[in-house]
Design a protein around this ligand. Structure first.
Ligand SMILES: [Zn+2]
Length: 158
């Protein structure tokens, strides 16, 4: 059984704690909805740090997601590698922050690590995933390739 980790975020930051693990993608249901299939795992590391009165978490993620190409509807694997720095703030301070300030989350003693990671992955995925042009078998390209050169010639003769 896969245990869903919760951490005390301030304790993590103050004591420089670290948590590493692997998450089966299938356990991330919001992410799975975006993917062609939910095979594979993501590896993660969450590390707390404190500098003066600033507390933050660093999240490092690595893995592969199977996306569906929006052009040809084929599957392709998308390598994911990201590092996020999130400042920990009490709820009342979080509300006062401007949207374009640094990324911040609420400092809580029961931080759902998986939900946090899932949020970061969803932000990192392309909005409309597509194969690289040369790897895509979109209908438009198929049409051009299968066009009969003689029928083109016949049109030209008229
Ligand atoms: Zn494609």
């Amino acid at each position: 059984m896969f245990a869903r980790p919760f951490i005390d975020s301030m304790d993590f930051a103050i004591n420089g704690k670290e948590l590493c693990g692997e998450i089966p993608i299938v356990t991330l249901s919001r992410l799975s909805d975006m993917l062609a299939n939910s095979a594979g795992t993501l590896s993660y590391r969450v590390r707390g740090s404190q500098r003066d009165d600033r507390h933050s978490l660093e999240i490092v993620l690595q893995g592969t997601c199977n996306l569906r190409c929006q052009r040809c509807l084929g599957e392709f694997s998308y390598p994911l590698e990201l590092t996020a720095h999130l400042r920990l703030l009490p709820a009342d301070k979080l509300e006062q922050m401007d949207a374009d300030d640094e990324d911040a989350i609420e400092a809580t003693s029961q931080l759902d690590v998986l939900a946090l990671i899932e949020d970061e992955v969803l932000l990192a995925l392309p909005f409309a995933p597509k194969h690289p042009q040369e790897a895509c078998s979109a209908p438009l390209k198929d049409l051009q390739q299968s066009a009969n050169p003689f029928s083109v010639l016949a049109v030209l003769k008229k």
